[in-house]
Design a protein around this ligand. Structure first.
Ligand code: DC
Length: 220
């Protein structure tokens, strides 16, 4: 039987985690789970229901029965909410802040972590998120904490959104990223943090290829 590999990639938004995770999953031919997409879909559900994303009582009315599904089509992750493919919708800027807010609620995290552990069990995989190495998969063999300066991250997001046709203001985007960093690092339950045994990589001045090679140098 082949040995299973589990890779945890954590870090703040815009650090390059998802690009790295996708490439790693292709190179190593293992499953990739973007856990942020699950928090985003949960936030979208609250927005649709008109429930405030900090309102734990309101969120409790739907979280345990949420119809959230992850499917893989031609190797790419698709996120379904109530049977609808919401993979594009959850990338809308207003969903980003809502996801950061709703992810601070403990019942939301417990539900998402439970789903993530089920998806990851018994298969080789790379998961990206905020608490993968520290909480979701503390026994992952390989853990990386991917960072970059806030200016570089804002610049990456700015270019990405522009390409998609969104009209965004750089300073507003940078402030939003700082706010999300603050939320993610300061929530009470399973905050964003580097696991003690994670390798930290600052990608500010590295190309994707350089980061991938560095990560692979630990795995091979
Ligand atoms: O990675 P992302 O930007 O798509 O994630 C959206 C939000 O979800 C992020 O602001 C924090 C939250 N999140 C989390 O709390 N834990 C994770 N494992 C992944 C994302």
């Amino acid at each position: 039987m082949e040995k299973l590999i589990t890779i945890a990639l954590d870090g703040p938004s815009g650090s390059g985690k998802s690009t790295i995770a996708k490439k790693l999953s292709n190179t190593l031919n293992i499953l990739y789970l973007d856990t942020g997409a699950m928090y985003r879909a949960t936030a979208l559900k609250a927005l649709k229901l008109g429930i405030d994303t900090f309102d734990e009582t309101g969120v409790n009315t739907f979280i345990n029965n949420i119809d959230l599904d992850i499917k893989y089509i031609d190797g790419a992750q698709h996120t379904y909410l109530d049977g609808e493919d919401v993979s594009d919708k959850i990338r809308e800027p207003q969903v980003s802040m809502a996801a950061s807010n709703i992810s601070s609620l403990k019942p939301v995290r417990l539900k998402m972590v439970d789903m993530q552990r089920k998806i990851a069990s018994g298969t080789s995989c790379v998961l990206d998120g905020r608490d993968i190495g520290s909480y979701v998969l503390p026994n992952a063999e390989y853990k990386f904490y991917i960072t970059a300066s806030v200016d570089v991250r804002a610049d990456r997001r700015f270019k990405e959104l522009k390409l998609k046709g969104h009209n965004v203001d750089f300073n507003a985007l940078k402030e939003e990223i700082e706010q999300r960093d603050y939320n993610d690092k300061n929530r009470d339950f399973a905050p964003l943090k580097k696991a003690d045994d994670a390798v930290e990589i600052d990608t500010s001045y590295m190309t994707i290829e350089q980061v991938i090679n560095k990560v692979l140098s630990y795995i091979k």
